[in-house]
Ligand binder design. Sequence first.
Ligand SMILES: N[C@@H](CCC(=O)N[C@@H](CS)C(=O)NCC(=O)O)C(=O)O
Length: 221
Amino acid sequence: MLLLQFSTSHYCRKARLALGYKGISYQVENLTPGLHTLQLKPLTGLTTVPVLLPQLEGQPQAIADSTRIFKYLEHHYPQPPLFLSDLQQQTQATLLEDWLDESIGTATRFVYYQFRAGDGKVIDPSLSSQLVIQVVRWQYQINSATVELAKTRLQTAFEVLAVWKHQPYLVGDQISIADITAAALLSPLALIPEYREDYPWLFERIKEIHSLCQEPFPPGL
Ligand SMILES: N[C@@H](CCC(=O)N[C@@H](CS)C(=O)NCC(=O)O)C(=O)O
């Protein structure tokens, strides 16, 4: 099995956490941002990573999008489960996953790249790194106004995810797609000191989930 990814992408981290939790052995291929479209478009019709190539007879050639990757893995590798057996709980986990994907993963990206272009420049001040950051900021229209909106969305996320303060899992009594998605998509904030100081419980859970999924901790943790 091969995972096409960007090494720093939090959506690719999400796919790796699921693969790791299920104990599936796989290899990764790190694509070059910019050139990635040439490889992905003919394969999936999309331009985003992660893309999973099962490389198995009778199975799809390529699965694009982290949500579809979850579904593929659960179907073909049901043990240990990431979907909850209680239907109502699974619906809640699905809703959380979709909201985290569509709203919070993007908000994290905005706040993270704003930080890396400002106070966080010291993390990697090299010209090549700063160039990539500027291209991403241009690609996603990341500026002080859009970052303010993203920060407001993150505040909502901290309120919703505060469940983690009192219980190990967001829904039910076992890890689910909601926990994995939250752990991956909020992980870039670990490099931003204010968030680390204000939400220590969040980063403790992120570490726990990474350990459960045998995935190295994200930068900053
Ligand atoms: N909904 C997608 C989002 C993935 C995504 O946004 N990937 C970014 C990297 S973090 C990407 O591939 N961007 C490149 C592009 O859009 O061309 C998923 O869950 O897989």
